[in-house]
Write a protein that binds this ligand. Structure first.
Ligand SMILES: Cc1cc2nc3c(=O)[nH]c(=O)nc-3n(C[C@H](O)[C@H](O)[C@H](O)COP(=O)(O)OP(=O)(O)OC[C@H]3O[C@@H](n4cnc5c(N)ncnc54)[C@H](O)[C@@H]3O)c2cc1C
Length: 597
């Protein structure tokens, strides 16, 4: 069975060394959240993940969820794990204390989430969706709705969902057909069928609060006519007690490639009573409060799975004896050398390690910006942090999850044939990682959002929150001996990115297909340059510490950074070339030209 060890040392490096946690503690509301508390939370989260969630990951995958007469049963152990999770108050970490949350910084909440996803991705969806739904209600709900639903969602007694997708509409939500009929007393009756609803029905909570996109009878056509409704599975009385069942049923569950312990449901709403959340016709824009939180969460799924896949591939590689090192026998006492002596196996291990640690640094940077955007009093700093979060959300979602699948796939390769066999668990990581590239807006759609909305927003204002710190870092460190190898390469990569950005700004105005054609390559290039910036920062911190107490940890940072700069960052050259090749090679083919012939 595969194992999971929470990467606490590296998480601490990101929170306390790469960035200074004291800056977060200095924000209003976080004064009492000292480093001791952070250590205690992360250590206990690691224990739950390693001892409670990871051991039921493989069995949950093998058993899967079960549907019987509208009821959904999660695999053995999930309910007990959920109860332990709720008893430990893990559902309420970063939530608002006014509704029973613990008010911890997002920097801590999101790092904890990475561990939960790494230990058991399927499990992570149950509290993850509820958390996103709570954020949605907290942002757009009336006080009455918040008082009624939030405390029990935050303490994990009730679950939450997002009900967007219908069989004929996923990306294009303007096409949805679910109807909401006003009843004249402020309530609506919602009717329609939603598919692919994560945690739509299960046996973990007393009630499930659905957040449903639907159209009222007089709604304008398309996306501008969509509104958001809160529809509980079981009606909640004014005194907070549970009333009658509402018209919400689960027609079936999907049988999927991965995340098999997560219930993915077809949900029928038949005159189900609900209330409007936020203003009429603002459904899709309001839903972004949840979708943006979920996109960071799904990014964490990519990182979590990549980390556990790497750990298990590494353990196997150290044990597996095959062949001899090309430069001569390294372990003469053994019948063969461990496969870690082979350059190609090292290439795979280092690629995994570099992407994982790089993404963890990006995650820490953005979680920190999220904290500043929530708590900072200075309006300029608050806006700058908010801009960075807006800019980087699609990058986190798409790049972390692309890496998640690539790393899980590479981890399988390290195990050779054993990677393909269920018992070793590596193939499950690849299957579990795959969905994260698809849901919460496909990665193609993230890239479009990035180039189409985030880059041009406010005449490039968001972009400045990226380029400014990178250029300042280069200027301040151009003579730093520890960075002598890296700064020239960073300058080249940043210059390529600027070139691609200028090209896009001009060509997309001429022809919108240019933006679409470049989008995926551009997002990847952006992510790689972000990694390069953060690896350089990491080297600056690690270099003076290699001869100290934890020399191996810091030396490993330097080696990984060197590998990233010389073996992965050069992708930016080929990405620039494909971006500059423009839209024509994609668009000139006649539709019939695709064949098949
Ligand atoms: C396991 C699982 C769990 C899910 N959980 C939920 C959930 O909890 N709630 C929920 O509402 N939904 C959920 N979904 C649905 C998921 O979010 C959608 O499947 C996803 O957003 C893509 O929509 P689609 O499947 O309709 O694909 P489509 O929208 O049909 O897209 C098909 C392809 O076309 C591309 N494409 C589509 N439009 C464009 C465009 N304008 N420009 C460029 N490319 C485009 C896409 O990138 C994709 O490659 C889940 C799905 C799965 C499989």
């Amino acid at each position: 069975m595969p194992s999971y060890k929470a990467p606490l040392r590296d998480i601490n490096f990101c929170i306390k060394e790469l960035f200074d946690y004291k800056d977060i503690q200095a924000l209003p509301g976080y004064e009492d959240m000292g480093e001791d508390l952070v250590d205690a939370v992360l250590t206990e989260a690691a224990r739950i993940c390693e001892d409670v969630l990871a051991p039921i990951n493989q069995s949950g995958d093998l058993e899967g969820c079960r549907w019987e007469n509208g009821q959904v049963f999660t695999p053995k152990g999930i309910k007990e794990a959920y109860n332990t999770f709720v008893e430990g108050s893990w559902t309420s970490l970063a939530a608002d204390p006014a509704y029973g949350g613990q008010g911890l910084p997002e920097s801590i909440g999101l790092m904890t989430e990475e561990m939960i996803c790494g230990a058991n991705t399927s499990f992570s969806l149950y509290p993850g969706l509820t958390r996103g739904a709570s954020i949605l209600l907290h942002t757009h709900g009336s006080d009455e709705l918040k008082d009624r639903y939030l405390p029990k969602m935050i303490n994990g007694t009730w679950g939450g969902t997002m009900c967007l997708t219908e069989s004929h509409c996923g990306t294009d939500l303007g096409l949805l057909r679910t109807k909401a009929e006003p009843q004249g007393d402020g309530s609506y009756l919602v009717t329609g069928t939603k598919i692919f609803i994560s945690s739509g029905e299960h046996d973990l909570t007393d009630n499930i609060i659905h957040f449903v996109l639907a159209k009222t009878p007089d709604a304008p056509a398309g996306i501008k006519g969509v509104s958001l409704f809160v529809v509980p599975k079981i009606w909640v009385n004014d005194d907070g007690s549970l009333g009658d069942t509402n018209g919400v049923t689960c027609a079936s569950i999907e049988h999927k490639m991965g995340i098999r312990a997560s219930a993915t449901c077809v949900m029928n709403f038949e005159n189900a009573k609900g209330y409007l959340v936020g203003k009429l016709f603002h459904g899709v824009s309001n839903m972004f409060a949840m979708m943006n939180a979920e996109r960071l969460g799904v990014g964490n799924q990519g990182l979590g799975v990549a980390e556990v896949a790497y750990q298990n591939a590494l353990a196997y590689a150290r044990d597996r004896l095959q062949g001899r090192a090309l430069t001569g026998v390294k372990f003469p006492e053994k019948p063969a050398d461990p496969i870690t002596v082979h350059p190609d196996v090292r290439r795979m291990l280092l690629t995994m390690k570099a992407y994982n640690e790089g993404n963890r640094m990006v995650g820490a940077w953005i979680a920190r910006a999220l904290d500043v955007s929530h708590k900072e009093k200075d309006p300029v700093k608050k806006q700058e942090a908010e801009d960075l979060v807006q800019l980087m959300t699609p990058v986190v979602k798409a790049f972390f999850t692309d890496c998640g699948y690539d790393v899980a796939n590479m981890a399988m390769q390290v195990l050779g044939g054993h990677g393909y066999i269920k018992e070793y668990g590596l193939e499950q990581f690849a299957r579990d990682a795959r969905i994260s590239q698809i849901y919460e807006g496909t990665n193609g759609v993230q890239a479009l959002d990035f180039v189409g909305r985030k880059l041009p927003a406010n005449t490039g204002r968001y972009l400045r929150q990226f380029f400014h710190p990178v250029l300042v870092f280069i200027e301040e460190n151009k003579d730093n001996a520890a960075l002598a190898e890296m700064i020239p390469l960073l300058v080249k990569a940043v210059t390529r990115l600027q070139q691609a950005t200028s090209y896009l700004a001009v060509s997309a105005l001429r022809n919108p297909d240019e933006a679409g054609a470049a989008s995926v390559d551009y997002l990847r290039m952006f992510a790689l340059v972000t990694h390069a910036y953060l690896w350089a920062k990491a080297v600056k911190i690690a270099a003076p510490k290699v001869s100290g107490e934890e020399g191996l940890f810091y030396e490993s940072k330097l080696e990984t950074a060197r590998f990233f700069y010389t073996k992965l960052l050069p992708q930016t050259s080929s990405l620039l070339a494909t971006i500059m090749a423009g839209a024509k090679p994609l668009m000139s083919m006649k539709e019939e030209g695709f064949g098949p012939f």
